[in-house]
Design a protein around this ligand. Structure first.
Ligand code: ZN
Ligand code: ZN
Length: 361
């Protein structure tokens, strides 16, 4: 609970000094969870420089009162009236809402409720929250690691399960069943398991496609623990590999390791992406690396910062980012290798412990 307590405190510091708004209305489930540590489909988090109030309905009130320790918890009765009363009581004059996560209709509705207090759509609030969320607290990192340990155990397990004749769907379900029966609260996303020609599709959907001798199988999967996600990808071969498969695999691996070796505070995310792209381009496969190199992971599976040509961000201590280059040869096969790394004062700590050298089952 110490961690979430600090998160509200940090946002309150930003409220005191920004000069544009002195209150925040947090409506999105992700950010309500981030600040309170309490997951719910509905609720309102009201924050001023020195107070924080969580309003939730009868379905959640008992659990919220038991679990939330860093703000007042209030039973929702007439939300509009309560929002106006509490913000008035807080003495705020302008309240910011999350522009990236609130609908135009909700914005108009809550704006009417709050009058005469102004509700303003200010992207600065999104930026403040994003800045907080990209730098992970130690307790957040522990949850991500716990989630990753479960995914790694699932990977160990699946190596003994994959065989010619199994379908992609069976492999994906086996990974899912293993993770959910070994401590995962949920899956990070719909598990990807694609084999043979279909491995050339970065986000192919597992189906009845049957694993054959000589196939590559790419598996991209993750577990959720206490609201925090993990993300890993491994490509393994069945039976034997061709010279070209080996060349492509080792190129992706070199690109992936070159990025890991370079990750450190102060490195631009664009430069991190370019490192992978350079290795793959020099090997002649530049046209077949069709996505960005990585992304932040945390309360959501895709967060900032993004390791991408479009990113203007710079890596900071406490970021958790994936490193996941790939090469996809249409109609032939594909390879992706993905680890998660924590940016540390001197470089990075690879949070992924599963082996990466080519495994031929
Ligand atoms: Zn992934
Ligand atoms: Zn990823």
């Amino acid at each position: 609970m110490g961690t979430v307590f600090m998160m509200i405190k940090k946002l309150q510091e930003a409220l005191k000094t920004n000069g544009r708004f002195d209150g925040a209305l947090i409506l999105s489930p992700e950010n309500r969870f981030y600040f309170t540590g309490f997951a719910s489909s509905d609720g309102f988090l009201l924050i001023s420089a020195d107070r924080a109030v969580f309003i939730t309905d009868g379905r959640y009130i008992e659990a919220a009162q038991n679990q939330i320790q860093n703000c007042e918890v209030v039973l929702q009765q007439s939300a509009g009236k309560q929002l106006a009363e509490i913000f008035a009581d807080m003495g705020v004059s302008a309240v910011a809402a999350e522009t990236e996560r609130i609908s135009v209709a909700d914005f108009a509705k809550y704006g009417d409720f709050l009058k005469p207090i102004r509700l303003i759509p200010d992207p600065l609030l999104d930026e403040m929250i994003c800045t907080l969320r990209t730098v992970k607290e130690p307790q957040e990192i522990e949850k991500i690691k716990a989630a990753q340990r479960i995914a790694e155990a699932a990977f160990d397990h699946i190596l003994g399960f994959i065989a010619p004749g199994k379908t992609e769907k069976e492999i994906a379900l086996e990974l899912d069943f293993f993770m959910l029966s070994h401590g995962a609260d949920a899956l990070s996303f719909e598990t990807i398991a694609v084999s043979g020609q279909k491995s050339s599709m970065p986000h192919g959907v597992p189906d009845r496609n049957i694993v054959q001798y000589g196939d590559f199988i790419t598996m991209d999967f993750g577990a959720v623990v206490d609201g925090y996600h993990s993300d890993m990808t491994r490509t393994v071969a069945v039976g034997a590999v061709s010279a070209q498969q080996k060349e492509v695999y080792n190129t992706v691996l070199r690109a992936q390791e070159a990025v890991l070796a370079a990750l450190r505070p102060g490195l631009s995310c664009k430069a991190a992406d370019q490192i992978a792209r350079d290795v793959i381009t020099e090997a002649g496969f530049g046209a077949y690396f069709t996505h960005s190199t990585g992304h932040g992971v945390g309360v959501e599976i895709h967060e900032f910062p993004r390791l991408s040509v479009l990113s203007a961000d710079t890596l900071e201590i406490g970021n958790v980012v994936t490193d996941e280059p790939g090469i996809y040869l249409p109609g032939a096969f594909g390879v992706r290798i993905e680890d998660m790394a924590l940016i540390t004062p001197n470089g990075c700590e690879n949070l992924t412990q599963s082996p990466k050298e080519l495994i031929i089952l």
